[in-house]
Ligand binder design. Structure first.
Ligand SMILES: Cc1cc2nc3c(=O)[nH]c(=O)nc-3n(C[C@H](O)[C@H](O)[C@H](O)COP(=O)(O)OP(=O)(O)OC[C@H]3O[C@@H](n4cnc5c(N)ncnc54)[C@H](O)[C@@H]3O)c2cc1C
Length: 315
């Protein structure tokens, strides 16, 4: 008999976890208030790179597993995944690529490659994930594997699901603060400005304040960013103007044409990502998969794999 799994959440964490369950013979249902492009996940850049994620020995292994998956997905343009050169800059001094990044064509940047706004930098080849296209790809891959998706359902307690499914997986992002409940979760608000395509062949990021990034995508470019503790999902025009001004200054580019603004909440957890099983009040079991901070795409396949392994131990 097929085992049934309910996944709460349809951002990148929920959809990726659901795919692994559905493709491994589980009856899989995703239930969420918002789906895909409506979620916080849709606001991300998104570049593969661990950023603003709490401590944890598993972060790098999860990121490396995901890198491998994205590499496979990049062979198919329908997925919205490609490979891009990322230039990571510092405003304070020379920086070196981390040890674990060595396999990914890393190199120190030469003086002539460092814009006047920065003092050091390195280059690395990473997956670029175009969120709208990628979240749509995840949804269709899930439904093709037999998974069901139900939108506009909100839960106040995970025990509401425990009786109807063999297992519940909590991928509620910042919503897990109430749902788990978990007071350690903080919404790290990020705003981006999506501008018309620029003549930029690599992505640029600097997380020394002020946080700045420019990510060239197939049809536009994402300018960022902000990182404040807030749950306000409305774009702030003053922040948009500041983001665009700083990107234009750093890139020494002409006036960028604003297409759209987007805001998302990074689910940051002080003690790190939570991928762990817990007993529910009604005797059922939940596996949590939340708290990925600014690295939800970067960790998505690695975390989903751990969730599946934990589930196999229970069922
Ligand atoms: C501006 C910005 C840039 C970023 N850039 C990157 C990047 O370059 N690379 C990277 O790896 N990451 C990046 N991130 C981080 C990444 O977007 C997040 O880590 C990721 O989106 C978290 O995904 P999630 O699926 O866990 O949560 P979410 O996308 O927030 O999804 C949560 C889901 O749970 C549902 N839900 C919540 N509570 C309930 C409830 N009570 N009942 C029912 N449903 C509920 C929601 O409706 C939604 O479906 C960025 C984030 C932002 C904001």
């Amino acid at each position: 008999m097929k085992r049934s799994v309910a996944i709460v959440g349809a951002g990148v964490s929920g959809l990726t976890s659901a795919i692994l369950f559905a493709e491994n013979g589980f009856e899989t249902a995703v239930l969420a208030e918002e789906i895909g492009d409506e979620t916080n996940s849709a606001a991300a850049g998104a570049i593969w790179y661990p950023y603003d994620v709490g401590p944890g020995a598993e972060v790098v292994p999860w990121a490396l597993i995901s890198y491998g998956r994205f590499l496979e997905l990049a062979r198919d343009p329908q997925t919205g995944v490609s490979l891009v050169e990322l230039r990571v800059f510092s405003r304070t001094g020379p920086i070196m690529p981390p040890e674990w990044a060595q396999p990914f064509a890393t190199r120190a940047l030469e003086a002539g490659e460092i814009p006047a706004a920065f003092v050091g930098g390195f280059s690395i080849r990473v997956p670029l994930i175009e969120t709208t296209k990628y979240l749509a790809y995840l949804k269709s891959r899930l439904t093709n594997a037999g998974g069901l998706i139900t939108r506009a359902v909100r839960f106040n307690d995970l025990s509401e699901l425990g009786n109807s499914f063999d297992l519940v997986v909590n991928c509620a992002g910042v919503g897990a603060r109430e749902l788990a409940p978990d007071p350690e979760l903080e919404p790290h608000r990020g705003q981006v400005a999506i501008v018309e395509k620029l003549d930029l062949s690599y992505a640029v990021v600097c997380d020394d304040p002020p946080l700045m990034y420019a990510i060239p995508r197939s049809a536009d470019c994402v300018f960022g960013g902000t990182n404040d503790i807030s749950e306000d999902r409305q774009p702030d025009p003053t922040q948009t103007a500041r983001i665009i001004k700083e990107c234009e200054r750093v890139l020494e580019s002409s006036k960028a044409v604003l297409l759209r603004e987007r805001v998302g909440l990074r689910p940051c957890r002080k003690s790190g990502v939570r991928v762990a099983a817990e007993k529910l009040g009604d005797g059922g079991t939940v596996i949590h998969n939340y708290g990925h901070g600014g690295a939800g795409f970067t960790l998505s396949w690695g975390c989903a794999q751990t969730v599946l392994e934990l589930a196999r131990g229970f069922l």
